[in-house]
Design a protein around this ligand. Sequence first.
Ligand code: NAD
Length: 283
Amino acid sequence: MSDIKTVAVLGTGVLGSQIAFQTAYSGFDVIAYDIDDKALEAAKDRFQRLVATYKAEVPGAARGKADETLSRLTLTTDLAEAAKADLIIEAIPEILSVKQETYQKLAELAPAETIFATNSSTLLPSDLAASTGRPDRFLALHFANRVWKFNTGEVMGTPETDPAVFDQIVRFAGDIGMVPIPIHKEKAGYVLNTLLVPLLNAAMGLAGGGYAEVEDIDWTWRIATGAPMGPFQILDMIGLTTPYNILTHGPSGDPKIAAWLKENYIDKGKLGVATGEGFYKYA
Ligand code: NAD
């Protein structure tokens, strides 16, 4: 166990709502913070939908455990309330200045011993450490979308992170049902995206470059490696907007393939599973 009793999650969007719910589901009292009442209303809807999802997809959740989870979740627009938690997990928009400003405000409100963790996918914790006022008690705890199912918890500090805090967050990740993945040095993309982004880009390069059909590329990957999903099935599940942004702005970008993706899929509203069609059609 990690000695952490109360947890606050900043941001109740796609990932923040899942992190808050999963943490409360695991028995912790959770304060979920967002900027205004409108965002909190949306959060209530997300939590209700998560109750239904857990009942359908998490073994045992339908026997009262998913419903009970709501009683451990408190919603607030008061950052000072959130600052009372032992651990604060930040899942606000992926905009450096917004995160830095939020950490600066939080640094003044939270006691010195409070641990801060960012769920940022593309920023390094070093980009944010100075704003936290406690670089030794700050690190990344990175979740994957649909935390109840894809339950990795990648833990990555900066050179300034106290090793005892790092170990505590590794234990905490386990306490909330994640498989902790300790990362020993800072690495953009953590483990998952360091592996996944080149695979997805290569697959789109093959299809967009006219080398092979989407379905055949997926078949190749599944048959030859035993993987359950091919790269285009994964892309459809992620949604095509983020991969498009990575191809357009990322260090491994490719303007030709980005244009292919835009013209054939994005401009036609084929954004993946969420819109009913991407590379494949969904019922
Ligand atoms: P999102 O846009 O769905 O949610 C962001 C939430 O933050 C919204 O509820 C918004 O109202 C709130 N917010 C905006 N400004 C805020 C502020 N100043 N303080 C507090 N809350 C504020 O975003 P998301 O997809 O949940 O991503 C959040 C973070 O999680 C990002 O850092 C992202 O990189 C990371 N992440 C996302 C995914 C994913 O698949 N979506 C996966 C792993 C990590």
